[in-house]
Write a protein that binds this ligand. Sequence first.
Ligand code: FEO
Length: 161
Amino acid sequence: METNRLSPSLAQALNDQMTKEAHASQIYLSYGAWADARGYDGIANFLFRHAQEERNHMMKILEYILERGARVKVAAIPAPGADPTSVQDCFEKVFKQEIDNTKAIYTLVKMSLTEEDWASWNFLQWFVKEQVEEETLALNLLDKIKIAGGEKAKDDVLYTL
Ligand code: FEO
């Protein structure tokens, strides 16, 4: 008897999203290490916590795939990429990363809608809401760095930030 409740295409797409969340975690981990090495402890702390949140997102998807009786395929995580060139660049990269992730989530929502997989559609709504929060958080960071002087922000201001 077939006990898998996910279509092969949606199961694959959810597995891919799991890897994307793990990749985001690695990116924030690397940015956190970059910020810490420059003495921006507060920013580093924020990024390390965020890296952990992305791991939690990965686990949430992993658990859902298992719950639906489909197979979890743990794949290799791509390297995080180059370090930011400044705090402003770091926050811009965080914002872009979140926008890209939102697009990936929307693609999953669309797939679940097309397949009339309402369980997956309902599951994914949590991520839709979460992405609104994460984009707002990233936007607030960009606002803060703009107030602090953007690329011209002095070290003491960055330290406070
Ligand atoms: Fe898992 Fe920042 O989205």
